[in-house]
Design a protein around this ligand. Structure first.
Ligand SMILES: Nc1ncnc2c1ncn2[C@@H]1O[C@H](COP(=O)(O)OP(=O)(O)OP(=O)(O)O)[C@@H](O)[C@H]1O
Length: 288
């Protein structure tokens, strides 16, 4: 199974959001990280056939998805960022309704809907109207609907928005359990959502995947460049890429990414994926 991007480019006016992206996805979990406006939703909308690139193609098993979108949709589960729920429907009725739209029989839609509500932990509220659901519950319902047709490709745009820490853990376990035979691509701002479950982490910046690899491979790119030290003169370090700062009685503890030892008795510390992400995020902000 292969989902491939070949030279995918998308512009809005003069702004190039995706710049000749070429990449191949096979079964596994891909975690897409990027700052606000980096183009994550644009990319996921193109991969899901909801939007077309200006040039380039998306191929699923060597067939251009736009040549037969209907066929492609039968292999796709998609949770867009702005998913519409019908507040007057119950959770189960909503899944039955969407199941029917996806071509399931009423019986199959009911059975599958019931099974999925169990899977995402909504079995006890399946007959409650969606308007009574919390943000996290709606998000889980959105994940459930994306699985109705048992799709080999699952695209989730910021699926963990609104989830509390317990729900995040449940979500991570759910995705891990699904990922054996699927291509799962999910975008997030929250590094810990994907740090442990993504087989491949993709950092989208300047129109392409700036970094890609397993979490541990990516960490080697900033190994030896993350430093921590305490200063009482924060303003002398404005030029540094500061990942984190914490006020203490002794001064401000700064965590910076730097090629050279910033002095001040700085100690090298183990990099985290969050360091790497913030490093790219900060340099993008500085460049703007
Ligand atoms: N329909 C559109 N018309 C014009 N510009 C757009 C349109 N959709 C997106 N953009 C611009 O394209 C860029 C990428 O947007 P996109 O929503 O893909 O980013 P994102 O990484 O998903 O951001 P976020 O994390 O905030 O959702 C942004 O600068 C956005 O303003």
């Amino acid at each position: 199974m292969e989902l491939a991007l070949k030279g995918v480019t998308k512009k809005y006016g003069e702004k190039i959001v995706l710049d000749q992206m070429t990449y191949s996805f096979s079964a596994g979990v891909y975690g897409l990280l990027g700052a606000n406006g980096a183009g994550k939703s644009t990319l996921l909308n193109i991969i899901s056939g909801a939007n077309k690139p200006d040039s380039g193609t998306v191929l699923f098993n060597d067939t251009k998805i736009n040549d037969d979108l209907q066929q492609y949709y039968s292999a796709l589960g998609f949770l867009p960022q702005d998913f519409n729920y019908y507040p007057q429907f119950t959770g189960l009725d909503f899944l039955i309704y969407l199941g029917l739209l996806k071509g399931l029989t009423k019986n199959d839609a009911r059975n599958k809907g019931t099974e999925l509500l169990e899977l995402v932990g909504l079995a006890d509220v399946k007959n409650k109207k969606i308007k009574a659901y919390s943000g996290g519950m709606k998000q889980r319902l959105g994940i459930a609907q994306s699985l109705l047709n048992d799709p080999p490709i699952l695209i989730l745009d910021e699926p963990t928005v609104g989830l509390d820490p317990e729900e995040r853990v449940r979500f991570r376990n759910l995705i891990s359990s699904l990922s054996n035979d699927k291509i799962v691509i999910l975008s997030t701002h929250i590094v810990s959502d994907i740090e442990y479950i993504a087989d491949e982490v993709l950092i989208l910046k300047d129109g392409d995947f700036k970094e890609r690899g397993t979490a541990s491979e990516l960490l080697t790119t900033i190994a030896g460049r993350v430093w921590e030290f305490t200063t009482t003169n924060r303003s002398s370090f404005t030029e540094y890429n500061v990942i984190n700062q914490k006020n203490t009685i002794a001064g401000v503890v700064l965590r910076v990414v730097s090629e050279d030892n910033p002095g001040n008795q700085a100690k090298q510390v183990e990099p985290t994926l969050e360091d790497l992400y913030l490093y790219h995020f900060n340099s993008e902000r500085k460049a703007q």
